[in-house]
Design a binder for this molecule. Structure first.
Ligand SMILES: Nc1ncnc2c1ncn2[C@@H]1O[C@H](COP(=O)(O)OP(=O)(O)OP(=O)(O)O)[C@@H](O)[C@H]1O
Ligand SMILES: [Mg+2]
Length: 530
C-alpha cells in the first residue's frame, strides 16, 4: 500500500493559479468553472508530475475533472498513433463510460487530442475504427477493451496514464482479473491513478502489483461525509411500502429510486406510472439503446422519477436529483454511500430516504452507523398519510395512470431505437408477478384485468390508509468509527497480458486462479461492463 498518505487540507484554489495549460483554462472558463474542488487541487501537482495516485474523495466532489485535467494537461499537443492510445480510463458501467468521455471531450479537443468511448452494448466496429484511426484517450469498460485488444484493434504498449475510476467497485463486480490483464499489458512504471469515494482494501492487489510509490489523497475521513446530504429512515409496514413509494415519487423535483433487483425496478416504475407518477426503470437487463434513452430522458428532466438497480449507483451525475430513495435498503455501507451520492453533489443539497421493512431495520441501523450518518428516523410508518412524509415533500399522486416515460424517445437516444422493446420480458414478468400478488392479497373476488385494462381504476398508492401518526426521532444509530470496507485482495497470482510488449493481444491466459471466471480456453471474459 502507499507510502505517502496525505490528508488534503481544505483549499479552494483558482484554476488560473494552477499549473494548467491555457487551453484547459479556456475550457474551464467556458464551463463557468473558476475554483478547483478540494480533490482537484490536491491531486493535480502529483498527477501532473506523473506520480501514481490513490484518490478517495466523497461522491460528487469532482474526481472526474481531477483526472481529466491531469491527463489532458500531460498529453497536450502529443502525437497519437493508430490503435495506440496514450491514456486509458477504466470504468465499471457503460453509462459511466459515456458520462466520463463526455466530460473529457472538450478538454481533449482543446489540447489537440480525441477521446473515444469503448464500451459494451454499442457498435464495436465503430469503436474499433475510431481507435484504429488514433485516439489520445480511451474511456472503457474492461470487457470491451479486452475485446478490442483481442481483435488486434487496440494496443496498450504506448499507454502512459491509466485511470481506474470506481476502482474498488471493479473488484466488487469481479472485474479484477480483467483489470489485472489490462494493467499487465500496459508498460510497467507508467502512471496509474485509482479513484473512488470508497477506495479500500479491495484494490490492494492492484496497488501492490502495479503501482509504484503511490501517493494517497483523501479529502474526507468518513465514507458518507457529504455535509449537504440529509438522511432519513422510514421504518414502514410492508402494506405501506407501495403507497409510501408513490407518495415520495409524486413529490416536486427529481427523484432517483434504488431497488435490489431488475424486476423490482421494473415493477416499482410500473406501479408509479399506474398511479400517475411518471417513472422509468434502468437496469442491466435492458437493451443498451433503451438504457441510454431512459437515462437521456431523466437527465433532460422529461420525467421526474428514475427507478434503478445499482447499475446507476456509481459515478453517475444527473443534475438536480434532490432525493434518493432506497426503496430496497442497501446491502452494505459502500452501496449506501454510492447510491446516496447521486444527490447532494458538488455542494448542492439533497435528501436520502431509506424505506426499511421490519426485517430490514437492524441491517439499516448498522449500515447507517458504519456510514457515520445520523438519520432522522421515523418508526411505525403505516400509511402514506404518515406525517413523516410531509417534510420530505411527499404528495398524493393523482391515481390516474400517467404516460409511460419509457415509451418516449428522447434526444440523445440511439437513432434506431425500438421503443416497443421496453414492454419486454422483464416488464411482462413483473406484471404477471404483481397480478399474482394482487390476486392473493385482494379482498375482492374480481380478478385483475388483463390486456391493458389493468391500468385504470386501482387505488394503488393513492389509497390513504389509516394515517396513524408515527413516533419520530427514536432509533438513532450510535456513531461508530471506521466505515471503511475491509475488502481483501483477491490473491490473484498471475494473469495474462493483453497485447503486452509488442502490443499484440495474446488471447491466451495462464496462471489464472480459480474463480476468475474464465473459460477453459483461457481467453479473457467479455463482459463489456454492466
Ligand atoms: N471545480 C468545480 N467547480 C464546480 N463544479 C465542479 C467542479 N469540478 C467538478 N464539478 C462538478 O461537480 C459534479 C460532480 O463531479 P463528478 O461527477 O466528477 O463527481 P465524483 O467525485 O466523480 O463523484 P462520484 O464519487 O459520485 O463518482 C459535476 O457536475 C462536475 O461538473
Ligand atoms: Mg466519479
Amino acid at each position: 500500500m502507499p507510502k505517502a498518505r496525505r490528508r488534503s487540507a481544505h483549499r479552494s484554489e483558482r484554476f488560473e493559479e494552477m499549473a494548467l495549460p491555457d487551453e484547459l483554462l479556456g475550457v474551464l472558463a467556458d464551463q463557468g468553472l473558476e475554483r478547483a474542488f478540494e480533490i482537484q487541487a490536491a491531486i493535480l501537482p502529483d498527477a501532473l508530475a506523473g506520480r501514481d495516485v490513490l484518490a478517495r474523495a466523497e461522491t460528487g466532489s469532482g474526481k472526474t475533472l481531477a483526472f481529466t485535467l491531469a491527463m489532458t494537461a500531460r498529453f497536450r499537443g502529443r502525437k497519437v498513433h493508430r490503435k495506440r492510445p496514450l491514456g486509458v480510463v477504466l470504468v465499471p458501467t457503460r453509462e459511466l463510460a459515456v458520462q466520463v468521455v463526455d466530460t473529457i471531450h472538450p478538454f481533449a479537443r482543446a489540447v489537440g487530442l480525441t477521446a473515444q468511448l469503448v464500451a459494451g452494448g454499442m457498435n464495436i466496429e465503430k469503436q474499433a475504427d475510431a481507435v484504429a484511426r488514433g485516439v489520445g484517450i480511451v474511456v472503457a469498460t474492461p470487457g470491451r477493451l479486452i475485446d478490442l485488444a483481442e481483435r488486434g484493434a487496440l494496443q496498450l504498449d504506448l499507454v502512459e496514464t491509466t485511470v481506474i475510476d470506481e476502482a474498488d467497485h471493479m473488484a466488487d463486480l469481479g472485474f479484477l482479473p480483467d483489470v489485472h490483464d489490462i494493467l499487465a499489458a500496459i508498460p510497467m512504471g507508467t502512471q496509474k491513478m485509482l479513484f473512488s469515494a470508497t477506495l479500500d482494501g479491495q484494490v490492494e492487489e492492484i496497488v501492490d502489483s502495479f503501482l509504484v510509490d503511490p501517493v494517497e489523497h483523501e479529502t474526507t475521513p468518513v465514507s458518507a461525509a457529504v455535509t449537504t446530504m440529509d438522511h432519513h429512515v422510514l421504518a414502514i409496514a410492508p402494506s405501506a411500502k407501495r403507497a409510501v413509494t408513490a407518495q415520495l415519487g409524486a413529490r416536486k423535483g427529481r427523484t432517483l429510486m434504488f431497488t435490489r433487483t431488475q424486476l423490482g425496478a421494473e415493477r416499482v416504475a410500473q406501479e408509479l406510472v399506474e398511479v400517475g407518477v411518471r417513472a422509468a426503470a434502468l437496469h442491466g437487463n435492458k437493451q443498451q439503446g433503451l438504457r441510454t434513452n431512459v437515462l437521456a430522458g431523466f437527465r433532460e428532466g422529461a420525467y421526474p422519477v428514475l427507478v434503478a438497480t445499482d447499475v446507476a449507483a456509481r459515478g453517475l451525475h444527473i443534475d438536480d436529483v434532490t432525493m434518493v430513495v432506497h426503496v430496497d435498503p442497501s446491502d452494505d455501507v459502500k452501496e449506501y454511500v454510492h447510491r446516496s451520492g447521486r444527490t447532494a453533489r458538488a455542494g448542492a443539497a439533497g435528501t436520502v430516504v431509506t424505506l426499511a421493512l421490519p426485517h430490514q431495520i437492524s441491517r439499516t441501523r448498522r449500515i447507517l452507523a458504519e456510514a457515520e450518518v445520523e438519520p432522522t428516523w421515523s418508526d411505525d410508518v403505516e400509511s402514506a398519510d404518515d406525517p413523516a412524509l410531509t417534510p420530505l415533500g411527499g404528495r398524493t399522486p393523482s391515481g390516474e395512470p400517467a404516460e409511460d416515460p419509457a415509451l418516449v424517445k428522447y434526444k440523445g437516444a440511439p437513432r434506431k431505437l425500438d421503443i416497443q422493446r421496453t414492454r419486454g420480458a422483464d416488464s411482462r414478468r413483473a406484471e404477471e408477478r404483481r397480478a399474482n400478488e394482487e390476486r392473493r392479497a385482494s379482498w375482492e373476488e374480481e380478478p385483475p384485468a388483463r390486456g391493458g385494462g389493468r391500468r385504470g381504476g386501482r387505488g394503488g398508492a393513492a389509497r390513504g390508509g389509516a394515517g396513524r401518526p408515527a413516533g419520530t426521532g427514536s432509533g438513532k444509530p450510535a456513531r461508530t468509527s471506521g466505515g471503511k470496507g475491509s475488502g481483501k485482495p483477491t490473491g490473484r497470482a498471475g494473469g495474462k497480458a493483453v497485447g503486452k510488449g509488442s502490443g499484440k493481444p495474446t488471447g491466451k491466459g495462464s496462471g489464472t486462479p480459480k474463480g476468475s471466471g474464465r473459460g477453459s480456453s483461457g481467453a479473457p471474459r467479455r463482459r463489456g461492463g454492466r
